[in-house]
Design a binder for this molecule. Sequence first.
Ligand SMILES: *Cc1c(COP(=O)(O)O)cnc(C)c1O
Length: 383
Amino acid sequence: MRKQFLPFSQPSISEEEIAAVADVLRSGWITTGTNTILFEFAFSCYCEANGSVALTSATAGLHLLLTAMDIGPGDEVITPSMTWVSTVNMIVLAGATPVFVDVDGDTLTITPETIEPLLTDKTRLILPVHFAGGAADMDGIHQLARKRGITVVEDAAHAAGTEYKGQKIGSKGTSIFSFHPIKNMTTGEGGMFCSDDEELLQTIRALKFHGLSVDAHDRNQQGRLPQAEVLQPGFKYNMTDIAAVLGLGQLTRLDHFIDKRTRLAERYLEQLSEIEEILPLTTTKETSRHAWHLFIVRLDTEKAKMDRDVFMDMLKQRNIGTGLHFRAVHEQRYYRTTMPQVTGTLPETEWNSNRICSLPLFPSMTMDDVDNVVATIKEVLAA
Ligand SMILES: *Cc1c(COP(=O)(O)O)cnc(C)c1O
């Protein structure tokens, strides 16, 4: 058994990044400012986005989006249940109705085929999730939505660096990224709202900071008048320069992180292919670059004669951490209670929700760590 616990995820922060954060702290300007503007610009360049707005989280981005679109009571938003809870929480808090769509059983992304039967004249928005670093079939989804005038916004929390048909996620349409510490790059907490819709970006920029026409940096540093006006009541979701300078450093290393994640993932795929109880996810054919945010497998509980939770616990006892991305949203207590009719209608989501498990995957892991995880899985399954 390994001596040191192997977490399933761990951020890579360099000494240069720590020094850059310290410099900001000493500079006299620590909230939204030059570093945030630079980070937005650099991120737009990286994913070839028209424009980007830096926020405190991806969840904030979803909140702002729903507010900007004036989505509320009577409106339906199509989203998978196989996602992080924040997406659905924001829809419910806005007073709108989440309509859960089943995922493809092996890529865990939603497809035009699963979405189409759920469209009604109340559908305002479709929120596909790029899963684990693989891309959803966006062309098919856009085609379906365009015909009926429905907006599509991509939950790109897992997809910084993912490419769809040779183009970065974020380069087209509207995408929301997350920089939570487990994601492919981090700002501590943070998110980025990217869009090719200039009007939407302007609205998001105002709504992220009280609904003012300019932010504090503009007022204090750019020689504009301090009497900015509220255009529409807004929130307080602006990224700080402390976070943004960390993001600037992380972004320069993102491709390197993904290369390392890819090598580790390929090793897992090769080694796990001999274990018939372990089923890795597959990737849509449109994904031309997988960002390998997570390495997710399903435990064939029938073959293994073992529960997924027991499997995770046995790995933990052997010093290997795992994650669960995700327990289906509709199976969590609030949603089970308020939307009981959903249970049983999402077979692929439910099958996976009971069997998925994320294995350790982060850039500073070694190939030996992968071999050790696989050996330990074999040991647990034989026990
Ligand atoms: C992490 C995550 C989010 C939320 O990101 P935050 O920055 O933590 O708000 C949203 N959707 C998915 C699929 C995620 O994994």
